[in-house]
Design a protein around this ligand. Structure first.
Ligand SMILES: Nc1ncnc2c1ncn2[C@@H]1O[C@H](COP(=O)(O)OP(=O)(O)OP(=O)(O)O)[C@@H](O)[C@H]1O
Ligand SMILES: [Mg+2]
Length: 227
């Protein structure tokens, strides 16, 4: 099966004083369609850096990233933004819900941004809201939602336009153990139901157990982690 994400020889360094510090030296891996993948490694090893490169928010020094058959290095900023909007959903550690929009307005935003059929999109999202127990909270603004509710909303928003790929950075980083476990099982269940590939940076053992594949950043490389 063709990989949904192909990464080859990725290098990334940041300026450090007068020199540069290499974070990723030769990252090479593939993600299979519909697979659930986590990336682990010590704090500062480059997990968030890797996600930022894969979604095209940041640019590598060299190497190749292909998303669903499209090499992102060949795209200008506008085309990278379009690719991200259409094919990728993002979940950040601090949720990043827009504070002036209600929960419902937040989760339906990707449908509008991609000019998808609003009626079909709304029906899907209504079902998803039910599945994750947020129907009654749909007209609340983010500041009135608990951390777990905001996190579930952020996950729904990332999945709303049925992207090929969802990237999540520490999606349970701010939740207690039980809330984190619920979010993990809902996230992986929804992703499996719609065949979305997940790449999740995490320190959570529960997410590592829920994954099909574990990648580890070690010595500036991405290596398979024994399961
Ligand atoms: N824009 C930047 N400019 C300079 N250095 C950066 C930049 N972004 C990240 N770094 C450095 O790169 C290294 C890797 O950072 P990154 O955020 O990818 O780590 P991480 O594995 O996600 O860590 P954590 O588990 O703490 O989230 C860190 O030392 C960080 O300080
Ligand atoms: Mg990080």
């Amino acid at each position: 099966m063709t990989a949904i994400v192909t990464v080859r020889g990725l290098k990334k360094s940041f300026r450090d004083g007068d020199g540069r510090r290499e974070i990723l030296g030769d990252a090479t891996f593939d993600l299979a369609p519909g697979s659930i993948n986590v990336v682990v490694g010590p704090s500062g090893s480059g997990k968030s850096t890797l996600l930022n490169l894969v979604c095209g928010i940041d640019i590598p020094d060299s190497g190749e990233i292909v998303i669903d058959g499209q090499a992102i290095s060949g795209l200008d900023e506008t085309r990278r933004t379009l690719l991200r909007r259409r094919k990728i959903g993002l979940v950040f550690q601090f949720f990043n819900l827009l504070p002036t929009l209600t929960l419902w307005e937040n989760v339906t935003l990707p449908i509008q941004l991609n000019s998808l059929d609003p009626r079909a999109g709304a029906e899907r999202l209504e079902r998803l809201l039910d599945l994750v127990g947020l129907r009654e909270r749909r007209d609340e603004f983010p500041e009135h939602l608990s951390g777990g509710e905001q996190q579930r909303a952020a996950i729904l928003r990332a999945l709303a336009h049925e992207p090929a790929l969802v990237l999540a950075d520490e999606p349970t980083g701010n939740l207690d153990h039980d809330a984190g476990a619920r979010v993990i099982s809902e996230f992986t269940r929804l992703a499996r139901a719609q065949g979305t590939t997940l790449l999740i940076a995490t320190h959570s053992d529960a997410l590592v157990r829920a994954a099909d594949h574990v990648l580890r950043i070690e010595n500036r490389r991405v290596v398979p982690h024994g399961l």
